[in-house]
Design a protein around this ligand. Structure first.
Ligand SMILES: C[S@@+](CC[C@H](N)C(=O)[O-])C[C@H]1O[C@@H](n2cnc3c(N)ncnc32)[C@H](O)[C@@H]1O
Length: 264
């Protein structure tokens, strides 16, 4: 009994410690994530104010596209019917990918890419690659476009063996993956590209990081282009929209915080 209790006492912390060491085995990786942690939990905390929205102010993703692009709903349904089965939530075999986008965000990015036929899309936050896949699939069908995605170095865990590991090989010819914090990569990438059609934020959802990404990408988004953001969990998106005289549209999804979209 005593031996068993001691075993449990020692075993749990050792197991946890090994897990943490394994997670941070790569110094470059550890450095990036510690900087992110400090920025998110220490520096940003005092700015954090949560949006007070209720479900009535949120709309469905197809309605949002209808409002923002004036495309009728039957055409949107038609485009949606080509959404890859594998990515759909109706796919009962879909494993539970950690950090993956919801079905609503994947469908929204697919439909918008099909409609707008963008030349250049930039996204931050790839994770397993749901949104990257849906955008690249739409670009392949459009026979046009290039997606640039930014993410931190991979944690190489069982759940995240590689950044964008879901994306099928044949879609990667239109894809550029850049590894590093968005604060470092985004400004250089945008100055190289000069104009982009769509920017999508799905990296770290802290007030300072979100505001930084919106403000940095906005000047590069072409007129009538789009800024899309996952997880409107703080005031950054609302504040940014107000500062730029735009009316934000908030979209409900199958998780606590909505998706935001504005047109330039
Ligand atoms: C929610 S996941 C992205 C999900 C993805 N859009 C999808 O559809 O599957 C968030 C990702 O943001 C990345 N991330 C966090 N902070 C970042 C930063 N400062 N710069 C770039 N990527 C970051 C994480 O490594 C993680 O892979």
């Amino acid at each position: 009994m005593i031996v068993n209790s001691l075993r449990v006492l020692f075993f749990i912390p050792i197991k946890k410690t090994i897990k943490v060491f394994k997670f941070f085995y790569n110094p470059k990786f550890a450095y990036s994530w510690i900087i992110e942690f400090i920025d998110d939990k220490i520096i940003t905390k005092k700015h954090r104010r949560y949006v007070n929205f209720n479900d009535n102010s949120l709309i469905d993703y197809k309605k949002a596209i209808n409002v923002i692009t004036k495309t009728n709903l039957s055409e949107l349904k038609n485009i949606e019917s080509n959404f890859p089965d594998f990515l759909s939530s109706e796919n009962k075999n879909l494993p539970n990918f950690s950090w993956a986008a919801t079905n609503e965000l994947a469908k929204l990015t697919y439909i918008i890419t099909k409609l707008v036929k963008p030349k250049v899309v930039v996204e931050t936050g790839v994770g397993p690659g749901m949104t990257s896949w849906s955008i690249l699939q739409a670009m392949r069908e459009n026979k046009k476009g290039h997606l640039y995605s930014i993410d931190l170095p991979t944690p190489n865990t069982k759940n995240m063996p590689e950044v964008g590991y879901l994306i099928p090989g044949q879609l990667k010819e239109r894809w550029g993956l850049l590894i590093g914090p968005s604060k470092k990569i985004l400004p250089n990438l945008l100055s190289e590209l000069s104009v982009i059609d769509i920017f999508i934020h799905d990296s770290r959802h802290s007030f300072s990081n979100q505001l930084y990404e919106y403000e940095t990408s906005w000047p590069s988004i072409k007129n009538l282009g789009f800024l899309i953001s996952d997880d409107i969990s703080n005031d950054a998106f609302i504040k940014f929209s107000k500062n730029n005289d735009r009316k934000p549209i908030l979209i409900k999804q199958n998780k606590k915080f909505p998706i935001g979209i504005i047109k330039k």
